[in-house]
Design a protein around this ligand. Structure first.
Ligand code: S3P
Length: 437
C-alpha cells in the first residue's frame, strides 16, 4: 500500500469517547457461516475494513448474495450448503483468517478454486490447514510443497476422523470444523485452546458440537440455520486505546461496546496486572458474546512475565503491549510466543525494530522478547513492514513519545482499523467524555 507518511507527536492527554470498530474475528465468521447456512441473516456492527472486505469479495465470487444495507450492516442470503464454482482466483488480500477458513469451507464443496493473497499472506504458513484438510480428503496443491499460497483446492469429499494439531490457532480450528460439518462420520479434533467465537456462533446456528479444553467433536452432515448477528467492538483494536491512555498522562477514555469474550481478553487482564486503571461498565451479553464499556485512565505501569496459556489470549496485542512494557517500571518478558513469527509480519522482529527506533534496548528471544522498561520513548521513522498492528502500535507510542514519530506506510492500518487516524485526532483534541451513563 502507498500513502503519504504520517507524522505524529505527543499532543497531551487523550480524552473522549471511542466507538470501536466491529470485531474482526466475529465479522469474518458472521459472513462465512451465514453464507453456508439456510436462510437469510441481517448483520450489524460488522467491521468494514480490508480484511473483512476480502472475505466478502471471496464469498460473492462463490455465488453468495450479500447486500450492503448501511454502515456495518449486511444481509447475507445463505446458500444452504452449496457454493458456486468461482470464475477467477479468490484474492484473500492480507487476511489469513479469510484464506484458512475458506479452505475449510471449500474442502466440503465439489468444486475447484484457487486462492491467493498479497506478498505477506503468500509468505505465511498454510500447511497447518492444508495437511489436515488433505487428511480428511480434500485435494490441495500450492507453492512450497502445497504449504503456501497460491493454493488450489478441489473439495467435496470429507471423511471425518481423529485429527491432532499442535497449533493454538482459531483459524485452523475453524477451518477443520467447517470441513467436518460438511463431511461423513464424526470429526474428533485435538488442538490447543484458542478464541472460541466459532464454537459460540455455530451452536447459535443449531450445530451440535462437543467441546472440552483441548478437544472438539462434531458429526458431519449438520446444516446451519442463518442467524442475525450484532457484532461487538473489537477488543484487539480497543487495546491500542488501553495502552495509549495508560501511558499518556492525564488521559481518560471511554471505549463503547467492547467484546469481552474471555478467550480474547488476555491483554485486558495483562494490563491490569501491570497496574493499568481500567473499569468495565454495563457488562452485558450481545448475540452470545459478552460485551461491556471500558473506561481507561492513565496510570503508572510495572513490568511482568508473560507466557504459557495466556499467549493465545493476547497474541495479536503483543506489539502494542510491548510499547506499554517499554515505559513500565522494570522489565517485561514475553515467552512461548513463537507464533508471532507467522503473523502479517514476523512480529518478534518487527516489534523489536519498532522498540529500537523508539530508543528501547529490547532483546530478541526465539519465542518472544525482553523489554527492559523505564524508557522515555524517542521519535524516529517507523516502517510497519506491511503490518497493520505495527503501524497502530507506533501511533500509540507517538502519544507518549518525546520526539516525532514518522510512520512510512500508515495506510496498512486499514485492514483492521480504517477509522483509527480520525479517532486519534478526535481524542487528542477532545474535552472530557460525557461519562458512561
Ligand atoms: C484469528 C485468529 C488468530 C489471530 C487472527 C484472527 C481468527 O490467528 O491472530 O488475527 O479470527 O480466528 P491464529 O488462528 O492463526 O492464531
Amino acid at each position: 500500500m502507498s500513502a503519504a507518511p504520517r507524522r505524529l507527536g505527543a499532543t497531551g492527554a487523550l480524552r473522549g469517547v471511542v466507538e470501536l470498530p466491529g470485531d474482526k474475528s466475529i465479522s469474518h465468521r458472521a459472513l462465512l457461516f451465514n453464507a453456508l447456512a439456510t436462510g437469510t441473516a441481517e448483520l450489524s456492527g460488522v467491521l468494514d475494513a480490508g480484511d473483512t472486505r476480502s472475505t466478502l469479495r471471496c464469498l460473492r465470487a462463490l455465488g453468495v448474495i450479500i447486500e450492503e444495507r448501511g454502515p456495518g450492516r449486511f444481509r447475507v442470503q445463505g446458500r444452504a450448503g452449496a457454493l458456486q464454482e468461482p470464475e477467477d482466483v479468490l484474492d484473500c488480500g492480507n487476511s489469513g483468517t479469510t484464506m484458512r477458513t475458506l479452505l475449510g469451507l471449500l474442502a466440503g464443496q465439489p468444486l475447484h478454486a484457487c486462492l491467493t493473497g498479497d506478498a505477506s499472506l503468500r509468505r505465511r504458513p498454510m500447511g497447518r490447514v492444508t495437511r489436515p484438510l488433505r487428511g480428511l480428503g480434500a485435494q490441495i496443491d500450492g507453492a512450497g510443497a502445497g504449504e503456501r499460497a497460491p493454493l488450489s483446492i478441489r473439495g467435496g469429499v470429507v471423511h471425518n476422523r481423529q485429527i491432532e494439531s499442535d497449533v493454538a490457532s482459531a483459524q485452523v480450528k475453524t477451518a477443520l470444523l467447517l470441513a467436518g460439518l460438511q463431511g461423513e462420520g464424526r470429526l474428533r479434533l485435538s488442538i490447543p485452546d484458542s478464541r472460541d467465537h466459532s464454537e459460540r456462533m455455530l451452536r447459535a446456528m443449531g450445530v451440535e458440537l462437543e467441546a472440552v479444553p483441548g478437544r472438539l467433536s462434531l458429526v458431519g452432515g449438520q446444516s446451519l440455520r442463518a442467524i442475525d448477528v450484532v457484532v461487538p467492538g473489537d477488543v484487539s483494536s480497543a487495546t491500542f486505546w488501553l495502552v495509549a491512555a495508560s501511558i499518556t498522562p492525564g488521559s481518560d477514555l471511554l471505549l463503547r461496546g467492547c467484546g469481552l469474550n474471555p478467550s480474547r481478553c488476555g491483554a485486558l487482564d495483562l494490563l491490569r496486572r501491570m497496574g493499568a486503571d481500567i473499569d468495565v461498565l454495563n457488562a452485558r451479553e450481545v448475540a452470545g458474546e459478552p460485551v461491556g464499556d471500558l473506561v481507561v485512565r492513565s496510570a503508572p505501569l510495572r513490568g511482568v512475565e508473560v507466557g504459557g496459556a495466556e499467549i493465545p489470549r493476547l497474541i495479536d496485542e503483543i506489539p502494542v503491549l510491548a510499547v506499554a512494557a517499554a515505559v513500565a517500571a522494570g522489565p517485561t518478558t514475553f515467552r512461548d510466543a513463537a507464533e508471532l513469527r507467522h503473523k502479517e509480519s514476523d512480529r518478534v522482529s518487527s516489534t523489536l525494530a519498532l522498540l529500537r527506533t523508539l530508543g528501547v534496548a529490547a532483546a530478541e528471544l526465539p519465542d518472544g522478547l525482553v523489554v527492559p522498561g523505564g524508557a522515555r520513548l524517542r521519535g524516529g521513522e517507523v516502517d510497519p513492514r506491511g503490518d497493520h498492528r505495527l503501524a497502530l502500535s507506533a501511533a500509540v507510542a507517538a502519544c507518549a513519545a518525546e520526539g516525532e514519530i514518522v510512520i512510512t506506510d500508515p495506510d496498512v492500518a486499514s485492514v483492521s482499523y480504517p477509522s483509527f487516524w480520525s479517532d486519534l485526532a478526535a481524542v487528542q483534541g477532545a474535552a472530557d467524555h460525557p461519562s458512561a451513563s
